[in-house]
Design a protein around this ligand. Structure first.
Ligand code: NAD
Length: 485
């Protein structure tokens, strides 16, 4: 399997093709600035042809009518091939994103579990019989594929995020156009080759990659699409939701987060220190559910922050291929500049910089987009580093004295994706967890999820759900069949 060289990288109607205008994009390894691959950059016409191929394949009817058992078997074959190619896919992900190989391997394992989960779920009928009080009537609610789906993904978990869409869309019997981020398309290209090998019929899964600004209208501003499933930033999601609203197209948007991690004074110390650090510095903070706002009880705050700072300074960042690296670089030079601008903003807003805050000077890091774990103490709700998603290795610290204040601060964000609560008081834990307006809340843990439980956001973190039964329902229509016997 290859994803570079002269092979075409766009997959439309079951054929691998080059970009129609010959356009190419160089992909840069953020760990050392080298060129990882040169891939085809789709044009707007290519995207239109991909949507048309998905539309024609759906309307022709054989894929949506394929027995559920066959679709489940296809998902299982894909999962098996993912296992076979795990090392290759993990390496591609690390080269493209900079994340450590350990993280990439976990991502691929999670992708496998998503395909296995939906293979099992789709095999269980969700049709419902309804008693209408008339024995001559059989009333049934059945689920059918929603139709043509456009699946747009971000760069931080490239294959993982797009698999949360492709797996349920295939399971449901939809056809689709996948559009990975132009920053990190390689694992999705490799995946589509693997899906072809598994036997996905031509036209069911189409692939284009390139700039969202160029391809966006062709993919979203069209009545040929029945569902847009988007994961990315709030500004892009809002634009897509506006287009979808005008066309009355269903749009499920999964957006950013500004996630609080609340630590009460009675929390278990060691695991709290560990998980506050990994919760924010994993993948250099480029995680939608990153616990970027520490909200800590005043009585332990000084000691807790001092311990965090001491340990954060020792976190080993470096090339993701080096087993000693605990975290990799930022995804690109452009993104590092954005993170640096937030650090400068934090300083100008009066937050107290306690660790990090400057790009490394060691020549080992000269060609990569590295940035150290950075902590700001004495932050408050008026600061933009506390309210805006920085998407980098930046932890802000706010302090509280009462449970009510902790909850108020935890909910004081336009986002509502994820939150953490740490306390040894079970009753308080339950009260706070239930009071937080976030889609996932971890109690005395942080960062975990499973394919079987829904993932998504309250408030501006989005309007849909991925994973779990609801993640499949996004790709289905419900039809009520009233049969007078
Ligand atoms: P982004 O919004 O810049 O891009 C996301 C995708 O949208 C890319 O594929 C991009 O090419 C495409 N795009 C851009 N403009 C478009 C347009 N006009 N029409 C159609 N598509 C367009 O986001 P990003 O920087 O790639 O990703 C980071 C963001 O993703 C963060 O905000 C992060 O929190 C969020 N995210 C959310 C989740 C979640 O589960 N809620 C998961 C991962 C990432």
């Amino acid at each position: 399997m290859s994803v570079s060289g002269d092979l075409p990288d766009l997959y439309i109607g079951g054929a691998w093709v080059h970009s129609s205008d010959g356009g190419k994009r160089e992909l840069i390894n953020p760990a050392d600035g080298s060129v990882v691959a040169v891939v085809d950059e789709a044009t707007s016409d290519d995207a239109t042809r991909a949507v048309a191929a998905a539309r024609a394949t759906f309307d022709e009817g054989s894929w949506p009518a394929t027995p559920v058992s066959e679709r489940a078997a296809l998902l299982t074959r894909i999962a098996d091939l993912l296992v076979r190619d795990k090392e290759l896919l993990a390496r591609i992900e690390t080269d493209d994103t900079g994340k450590t190989l350990v993280e990439s391997r976990i991502d691929i394992d999670d992708v496998v579990s998503v395909f296995r989960y939906y293979a099992e779920l789709i095999a269980v009928s969700s049709d419902r019989l309804v008693d209408v009080g008339d024995p001559t009537v059989i009333s049934r609610v059945v689920r059918e594929p929603i139709g043509v789906c456009v699946l747009i993904a971000p760069w931080n978990y490239p294959l993982l995020q797009i698999s949360w869409k492709i797996a349920p869309a295939l399971a449901a019997g939809c056809t689709m156009v996948a559009k990975p981020s132009e920053v990190t398309p390689l694992s999705t290209i490799a995946f589509v080759r693997l899906a072809e090998e598994a036997g996905v019929p031509p036209g069911v899964l189409n692939l284009v990659q390139g700039s969202g600004a160029v391809l966006g209208a062709a993919l979203t501003d069209t009545d040929d699409v029945d569902l847009i499933s988007f994961t990315g930033g709030l500004a892009t999601g809002r634009r897509i939701a506006e287009i979808a609203a005008r066309r009355v197209t269903k749009a499920a948007v999964e957006l950013g987060g500004k996630n609080p991690h609340i630590v009460f004074a009675d929390a278990e110390w060691e695991s709290s220190v560990d998980q506050v650090l990994t919760g924010v510095f994993l993948h250099s903070g480029q995680v939608c559910s990153s616990g970027t706002r520490l909200i800590v009880e005043e009585s332990i705050a000084d000691d807790f922050v001092a311990e965090l700072a001491k340990r954060a300074a020792k976190i080993k960042f470096g090339n993701g291929l080096d087993p000693a690296s605990e975290t990799g670089p930022l995804v690109s030079e452009q993104h590092r500049e954005k993170v640096e601008a937030y650090v400068a903003l934090g300083i100008s807003e009066g937050a107290k910089l306690v660790v990090g805050g400057e790009r490394p000077t060691d020549p080992t890091f000269a060609t990569g987009s590295f940035y150290p774990p950075t902590i700001f103490d004495r932050c408050d709700r008026t600061m933009r580093i506390v309210t805006e998603e920085t998407f980098g290795p930046i932890l802000t610290v706010e302090r509280f004295t009462t449970e009510e204040e902790a909850i108020m601060l935890g909910n004081d964000t336009e986002y509502g994706l994820a939150a953490g609560v740490r306390t040894s008081d079970a009753a308080r834990g339950e009260r706070v967890v239930r009071a937080l307006r976030h889609g996932t809340v971890w109690l005395n843990d942080f960062g975990y999820y499973t394919a079987a439980a829904e993932w998504g956001g309250f408030k501006k973190s989005g309007n849909g759900r991925e994973l779990g039964p609801a993640g499949l329902a996004e790709y289905q229509e419900m039809k009520h069949i009233w049969h007078n016997t």
